[in-house]
Ligand binder design. Structure first.
Ligand code: FAD
Length: 530
């Protein structure tokens, strides 16, 4: 007798921020959930963003008022449920004579932004005159400077951890998370979704049954739909965005800057991030491979030149770039028109012409993922003819947002790590840092730090393998411990991490060296060469 595959209320394809947010919402409302990602979680667009939790000041220019309102509301919510990950960020908009956006337009934009966020917890905007901004940011270009607007938004330094914590919450509520599991086929029965066929890391094929499917594969949405019985029209028409990351430079700003590029009038960000500066982004229509996207030399040159123009002492060159990353915005497909004018609103597309019970997510920002999750699960309830409990994600803290003060006290009392390392552990794991500490205390081999500054605890490697479903060294370094985004990409502790992971997984020496090679190759792929 052939065994029936396991059956879930909902199968989610894609463990980026949107898939993770939908999974958490669905699992908390009692649906049985399985999530697939063909790579690690947060290995697509969600890992290559500007990392802002923002109202989208720019969307005001395109009259996307509901999106700005929704984003500001969600920003407030994320500051509460993910307070260890989402922090306020002060941003300056310098005003130069002759720029496309003059003082009046910027002032009006600021007022509208304040009005739309009337119940926000962050301070309102300020207008600074030339002398005021010069005295506070002396590195800023002097020529043509008229003044600046200053406002607050928020930043999620490690979006990877935000995605992870949504998945951890989903898992605690019963969801199954399958990374390195590529969905190969969506099968239907009488035009209703029925089965998902997927392959695992070893190339083995498996099947699960699903009463509904959410295609949350970001820019891969159309590729995934090709794996369903009927190939539809095109839904996603992505634009490529790249960032460069540099160490503090001469004249570097204290606050973030949102600046109009001289070359094309597009605004871009220069953001203090992870003890470095995150500079971006570009916005270019993109139709090439989604799996190997790199910042092009032209994009890098553009970002370097524009930064040097605004901060003339910076004198940045290619050699100053620590690394760069690029990805594709999963925007709704539009054949013509400027990239910047394509709506940034998300669309929850019920694909009933392809298969009943199938939904595709088009667009969606880091900032609004929670609301998108809520709306998607409301739709699923209708598709499944189920009366579900009210959404709980708005008020339920993410796992790391519990017990932060207690974790801080325990870390300090342990004396295992210096003060700076305590702050880092809390900013990565939140209150769950106390569980890292328990591991460190239980095994002397794990209670040591791996670097001379004492920032990285050996226990973290074991913790992220046991508790956070890290499978490869790149998962550990770039999407769990986050050391991969240090200026040196954390290379000095790769061997130590590999050795700990090797004993935890029981790798052979050949497997361990293959893993280490793959990690170094990934780190190298983010480097910019002249
Ligand atoms: C340059 C840039 C800057 C941005 N900056 C910001 C910002 O500052 N703030 C903000 O709020 N938003 C920002 N965004 C938008 C935001 O990052 C994205 O819209 C969002 O991360 C999309 O998330 P997602 O989960 O839909 O897609 P992704 O994160 O791309 O996740 C999709 C997942 O699906 C998986 N997948 C694909 N095919 C399959 C398959 N067959 N089987 C299984 N899994 C599969 C992929 O591996 C991937 O992990 C930015 C976007 C870009 C490109």
């Amino acid at each position: 007798m052939t065994k029936e595959p396991l059956r879930y209320d909902v199968a989610i394809i894609g463990a980026g921020v949107n898939g993770a947010g939908i999974a958490r919402d669905a699992a908390l409302r009692g649906l049985s959930v399985i999530v697939f990602d063909k790579n690690d979680m947060c290995s697509g667009t969600s890992a290559i963003s500007s990392r802002l939790i923002h109202g989208g000041l720019r969307y005001l220019e395109y009259a996307e008022i509901p999106l700005v309102y929704e984003s500001l509301h969600e920003r407030r919510c994320l500051r509460r449920i993910a307070k260890h990950l989402v922090k306020p960020l002060r941003i300056n908009i310098p005003i130069f004579s002759g720029a496309r956006r003059g003082p009046l337009l910027i002032r009006l934009g600021m007022i509208a932004y304040d009005i739309l966020s009337f119940n926000k917890l962050l301070p309102r905007h300020d207008m600074l005159n030339r002398e005021e901004i010069r005295s506070q940011e002396p590195g800023l270009r002097d020529v043509g400077l008229l003044g600046a607007a200053r406002y607050f938004d928020a930043q999620v330094t490690f979006a990877e951890r935000l995605v992870l914590e949504n998945l951890l919450a989903a898992r605690s509520a019963g969801a199954e998370i399958k990374t390195y599991s590529e969905v190969r086929e969506i099968r239907t029965c009488d035009s209703v979704v029925d089965t998902i066929r997927f392959s695992d890391r070893d190339g083995q094929e498996h099947e699960v049954g699903a009463s509904s499917i959410v295609n949350a594969s970001g820019p891969w949405v159309d590729e995934v739909l090709k794996r369903a019985p009927r190939t539809p029209r095109r839904f996603v028409g992505g634009t490529k965005g790249s960032h460069i990351i540099v160490s503090p430079f001469a004249g570097a700003p204290k606050d973030a800057f949102y600046v109009e590029a001289a070359e094309d009038g597009r605004p871009f960000f220069i953001i203090p991030w992870n003890d470095q500066y995150l500079i971006g982004t570009t916005d270019i229509r993109y139709d090439e491979s989604l799996d190997t996207i790199r910042a092009s030399r032209a994009e890098v040159d553009y970002l370097v030149a524009e930064t040097n123009r605004v901060f003339p002492n910076a004198d940045l060159g290619i050699g100053d770039i620590n690394f760069a990353y690029a990805g594709v915005r999963p925007l709704p497909y539009r054949e013509k028109g400027p990239e910047s004018a394509i709506t940034r609103r998300h669309i929850i597309k019920v694909n009933r012409k392809i298969a009943k019970g199938l939904i595709s997510i088009i667009g969606g920002k880091l900032t609004t993922y929670r609301n998108l999750g809520e709306q998607t699960v409301n739709r699923l309830a209708k598709l499944l003819h189920r009366k579900l409990p009210e959404c709980r994600t708005r008020d339920t803290l993410l796992p790391g947002a519990w017990g932060i003060d207690r974790a801080r006290d325990l870390l300090v009392a342990s004396g295992l790590v210096p003060e700076q390392a305590t702050a880092r552990l809390l900013s990565i794991y939140g209150g769950r840092a106390s569980a890292v500490l328990e591991l460190a205390k239980a095994d002397p081999a794990l209670g040591v730090t791996m670097d001379p500054e004492g920032r990285y605890l050996a226990a973290e490697v074991v913790f992220v393998i046991r508790e956070e479903f890290a499978v490869t060294l790149a998962d550990i370094v770039f999407r769990r411990m986050m050391v991969g985004y240090d200026a040196d990409q954390g290379r000095s502790i790769y061997d130590a991490i590999a050795s700990l992971a090797s004993s935890e997984f029981g790798w052979s020496s050949e497997a361990a060296s293959d893993e280490l090679r793959a990690l170094i190759d990934f780190a190298d792929s983010l480097r910019v060469t002249a």
